[in-house]
Design a protein around this ligand. Structure first.
Ligand code: ZN
Length: 327
């Protein structure tokens, strides 16, 4: 064997060894890398599972809260139907709807007294108010507009039209800025008086109806709502919340079908229904829903009527003044 041949053989041997080593090493490294990735993926899954569990819990809690709010509304409604005031403090803490109240809201009472539906529009005037008024006129239906103070937008005629066509002009704060009106009782009073004066100048009507922005049960106010309620009582102003919501308050747009369906789902169980809707530039679907909604309500039965809020209207309130003072 020549030295050169031996070298060649040695080189060949080395190549074979390296090749074999590589063939072993590569899959091993591949396995290690995959192993690490798998481990990481597992950890992400665990994190995600944790997040999902948390979200599910949060969702369940909000559903429960919504149920409790609904139950409170029902109970309040029951109380307004004429049960004794003593029940109030006690009942407000209950989440179950007492059986006899469900019965009251059923057909027995309907047969005797009929159903009163109050359509209410918050946040106007807007670019749609005239259209809403046209539709209401077409069906000869009177509603209630809880308006804000828009003095620079040239809505003077609209405020007047609301009054002239027999609708109720309610107040919904001048500025609608929660951070301002709910900062103190003084701010609240100042804002309200400004709106009341403004509406009087525009229409000659002193409005006696108020809807708290966010409702009297809003969680925004840093001032005790009962102080504001007490002020309203002294000023001879009734405030109205709602017990039927059209669901058009969210920033997510809802279709007119959804609005109609939501209202029509809630109406059968209400003898007195104050329906919350909105009159604002983003609320096209509320305008589109109105004609069919009116037709459906009028078609429920011949004892159902659509009315504007008046002094005779049963107060539908989420927070009541008496609830605090009887404590
Ligand atoms: Zn509002």
């Amino acid at each position: 064997m020549t030295p050169e041949r031996r070298r060649r053989i040695n080189r060949l041997k080395k190549m074979i060894v390296y090749t074999v080593l590589l063939m072993i090493l590569l899959p091993v490294m591949g396995c290690i890398i995959l192993g690490i990735k798998l481990h990481r993926a597992n950890r992400s899954i665990e994190t995600l599972e944790g997040q999902i569990a948390y979200l599910e819990k949060a969702l369940q809690e909000s559903i429960d809260a919504a149920d409790r709010a609904e139950a409170l509304l029902e109970i309040n409604e029951g109380i307004w139907r004429g049960s004794e005031m003593e029940q109030e403090t006690e009942s407000l803490e209950e989440t179950e709807i007492p059986e006899e109240m469900e019965e009251i809201s059923g057909n027995d009472v309907m047969a005797e007294e009929g159903r009163k539906v109050y359509l209410t529009f918050d946040d106007g005037p807007s670019i749609y108010t005239e259209e809403l008024l046209d539709i209401l006129a077409e069906y000869d239906v009177k509603a209630t507009f809880f308006v804000t103070g828009k003095d620079k937008e040239g809505y003077g005629d609209i405020y007047r039209r609301i009054v002239e066509e027999g609708h109720t002009l309610g107040m919904h704060s001048y500025s609608h800025e929660y951070s301002n009106i709910y900062a103190s009782l003084d701010n609240f009073r100042e804002d309200l008086e400004m709106l009341q004066d403004f509406l009087y100048e525009e229409t000659g009507v002193v409005s006696r109806y108020y809807r708290f922005p966010g409702g009297s049960s809003n969680k925004v106010t840093s001032t005790d709502i009962h102080e504001m309620i007490s002020y309203l009582n002294d000023a001879n102003i009734s405030y109205f919340d709602w017990n039927v919501s059209a669901g058009d308050a969210t920033s997510i747009s809802v279709s007119s079908e959804q609005i109609i369906n939501r209202v029509m789902e809630q109406l059968p169980s209400r003898r007195v229904a104050v329906v919350l809707m909105h009159d604002a530039k983003e609320k096209r679907s509320t305008v589109d829903a109105l004609p069919e909604l009116i037709e459906k309500i009028q078609g429920m039965d011949d004892k159902t009527e659509i009315l504007p809020v008046t002094e005779e209207t049963m107060l539908i309130q989420h927070v009541t003044y008496e609830a605090e003072t009887t404590d």
